[in-house]
Design a binder for this molecule. Structure first.
Ligand code: HEM
Length: 316
């Protein structure tokens, strides 16, 4: 096991602003085409599975490396949750997809990771502990190709990476979307990319405390049924940066090994009911405290991407 370290560094390339502007145009085009079909909505993670009210409770007695930002002191905050499918399409929950778990912790105050001060802290998680695309260009270009159809995605892969590279990426992509998913009450979710816990850095994970048995019901219905019976509680844990080799900041494809950097429980998220209307809200990795600024190239790209999508659905 290694010790948490604040010696992390981001590597910012000179051409990022231009690349992110190009990606914004691509995402806006995907969003506009889908909005013409379905009505206004998000560029990605368009379909909400559930909106829930929740409470977020920061635990007492945290280790010193965790006691920063939202986790500086014990406290209880009202929160909102949006569960989603990753696709730009409105498709059946049975279709293979990435699953999203977005949390907005309200009642927070402090300097924002954007400008001025913030009154909330958002965390955006998926049912994966790493991100399959090495760069934001790769992710956005793959999404753009897929938006034209599976044939277009194949063509883009072979043109961009050659036969071997395309086959490797195809296998990875298939593994990502086809990863079995037993439901939002039983799976573990991860930010997959690090955030600051200033001056440290960490990934954040949500894990059901008492998941019970998975069901083969539709997973939106499964969540509604469970919430009628009682609240659903998730352990919130941080996995700290230890060094660039073991826990790289700029390589999103690396799963940080728990043997060297174990998760530390810092909070409890309790979903209380499924009655929240969250469609018009912004859940944004950059919506929160400067102490929890998102880190790494993909996170920097998301600063531009989510804003474009918010503008495109009238939520900016
Ligand atoms: C280059 C990489 C990425 C891009 C360009 C991107 C882009 C987007 C966009 C445009 C939206 C819709 C935002 C809105 O209108 O509110 C979205 C939603 C979302 N993204 Fe990403 N994303 C990326 C990576 C990730 C990663 C790494 C995660 C999590 C680990 C993630 C999790 C989510 C979730 C959970 C939502 C749904 C938010 C909601 O429910 O409102 N994304 N993404």
């Amino acid at each position: 096991m290694s010790s948490p370290s604040s010696a992390w560094r981001e590597q910012v390339a000179a051409d990022e602003a231009a690349r992110f502007a190009r990606q914004g145009k691509i995402l806006a085009a995907i969003q506009a085409a889908r909005s013409a079909r379905y009505g206004a909505g998000r560029a990605l993670h368009r379909k909400a599975v559930l909106g829930a009210n929740a409470t977020f409770e920061v635990l007492a007695g945290l280790p010193v490396e965790a006691r920063h930002g939202l986790f500086a002191a014990p406290g209880r905050y009202p929160a909102l949750v949006r569960l989603s499918n990753g696709s730009f399409d409105m498709q059946a929950n049975t279709r293979p997809d990435i699953r999203g778990f977005a949390v907005k912790v309200n009642g927070v105050t402090g300097p924002s990771s954007l400008d001025g001060t913030t009154d909330h802290q958002d965390f955006l998680l998926i049912n994966h502990d790493s991100f399959a695309s090495r760069t934001s260009d790769e992710f956005v270009d793959a999404a753009a190709a897929l938006a034209k159809g599976e044939g277009a995605l194949l063509l883009w892969l072979f043109r961009s990476f050659g036969l071997r590279g395309a086959l490797t990426r195809l296998k990875t992509l298939a593994g990502v979307v086809r990863k079995p998913f037993s439901g939002f009450a039983t799976e573990t979710f991860n930010t997959a990319l690090p955030i600051a816990v200033w001056p440290n850095a960490a990934k954040l994970r949500l894990k059901p405390v008492a998941p019970g048995a998975p069901t083969d019901k539709d997973f939106a219905q499964d969540m509604r049924d469970r919430l009628v019976v009682g609240p659903l509680v998730y352990d919130v844990a941080l996995q700290f940066f230890v060094d660039e080799k073991v826990t790289p900041i700029e390589d999103p494809t690396v799963v940080w090994p728990e043997a060297q950097s174990p998760f530390v429980s810092v909070a409890r998220l309790t979903l209380t009911d499924a009655d929240a209307d969250v469609e018009g809200l912004r859940f944004d990795p950059w919506g929160g405290l400067a102490a929890h600024r998102p880190l790494g190239e993909i996170m920097r790209a998301r600063k531009a991407a989510y804003y474009v999508s918010q503008v495109g659905r009238g939520a900016a």
